[in-house]
Design a protein around this ligand. Structure first.
Ligand SMILES: NC(=O)c1ccc[n+]([C@@H]2O[C@H](COP(=O)([O-])OP(=O)(O)OC[C@H]3O[C@@H](n4cnc5c(N)ncnc54)[C@H](OP(=O)(O)O)[C@@H]3O)[C@@H](O)[C@H]2O)c1
Length: 311
């Protein structure tokens, strides 16, 4: 099979498309013929060697966690999927998922059936970002209907799904991005928009119940300051939480790491089936352009998601 192979830590020039053996499956896994795979900022952090979990890898390696495709073989213990099923999922995160390939050996517990309304490209774009948004808002953020939520970087891979999920959960949603993304963020259902290049978040809002900060270290202090007493700050990017809590000891602040879950994807499927959640794919590229995809992501200026295909 063809796969994108990374020869060493460092830049995206270390990727090449090569022929490598198709993986063998374990009893609890299925072999998926990949129709499309997704990329996330975690991919370029792992590629460079900077991610905390990079130590679990040795070169040459195949990166990638997000993929969608068709089951071609099911392990002897698998009862949930059969050959021919269209599936999607985040495979083995943060351990090697090896999704930048034509075939992936995926634990059945990490997959869900692909909603019929999603293309394979849309489904491949979703798993890591949508699981992050879902777990941040519900499991960690405990978002309740009627609360107000601020989503920092509302136009990004995670943020654009967070806006829609928060709306579907009944929240009043405020999104931040630069002005060129205002129409996109409002189209997702955001009730209010802050162009962070023109206005500071602190001057624009206050008394927020929950901030979901997907933007990072530069925004984390402002995210804390606009919360009401006992408000919740859920961050997925690096940021100095100790400094934040020194300034706002009266809030709950947490940095989370997404975990894989086929069950969460099945819950998320209900929002997709109810037409309350759309996956925005800004670009579909051939696998040979993986370096281009990584460089675009590293610019931090993309909207929605980038996916790649071998066909
Ligand atoms: N801990 C976890 O489990 C976890 C899971 C997923 C992702 N992450 C991390 O979360 C971060 C976001 O991931 P992502 O996939 O959503 O990234 P992304 O798609 O690359 O985000 C890009 C978006 O961020 C916006 N943005 C950049 N700086 C901003 C700022 N200061 N204020 C508001 N918006 C800003 C940009 O809008 P403009 O162009 O308009 O500025 C752009 O649309 C990354 O650092 C990623 O590694 C962590």
């Amino acid at each position: 099979m063809k796969a994108v192979v990374l020869s060493d830590w460092g830049g995206a020039e270390n990727f090449t498309v090569q022929d490598i053996p198709t993986p063998a499956i374990k009893p609890d896994e299925v072999l998926v013929k990949v129709k499309a795979f997704g990329v996330n900022p975690a991919d370029f952090k792992t590629r460079s060697g900077a991610a905390p979990y990079s130590k679990d890898y040795s070169h040459p390696i195949v990166l990638g966690w997000d993929m969608a495709g068709e089951v071609v073989e099911a392990g002897t213990d698998v009862t949930t999927f059969k050959p021919g099923d269209a599936v999607y999922g985040m495979v083995n995160f943060p351990k090697p998922g090896q999704a930048y390939a034509e075939y992936v050996a995926a634990p059945a517990a990490h997959l869900a059936l692909k909603p019929a309304t999603l293309s394979f490209e849309e489904a491949a774009a979703a798993p890591l970002a949508v699981l992050t948004a879902w777990q941040a808002l519900t499991e960690h953020g405990q978002l309740k209907a009627g609360e107000n939520v601020l989503i920092q970087a509302a136009s990004g891979g995670v943020g654009h799904l967070g806006v829609q999920l928060a709306k579907a959960l009944g929240a009043y949603v405020i999104g931040t991005a630069s002005g060129k993304n205002e129409a996109f963020v409002r189209s997702l259902g955001a009730d209010a928009f802050i162009d962070y290049t023109q206005t500071s978040v602190e001057e624009s809002v206050s008394d927020i119940d929950l901030v979901f900060d997907t933007a990072g270290a530069d925004t984390i202090m402002a995210s804390a300051k606009v919360l009401k007493p006992n408000g919740r700050l859920i961050s997925i990017a690096y940021g100095a939480m100790d400094k934040v809590l020194a300034v706002r000891p009266d809030i709950r602040a947490e940095r989370i790491l997404v975990h894989t879950s086929g069950d969460d994807l099945r819950t998320i499927n209900e929002f997709i089936d109810a037409d309350k959640l759309k996956i925005s794919v800004s670009e579909v590229l051939p696998a040979s352009q993986i370096a281009d995809a990584h460089q675009k992501l590293e610019s931090r200026r993309t909207t929605g998601k980038i996916v790649l295909t071998f066909s």
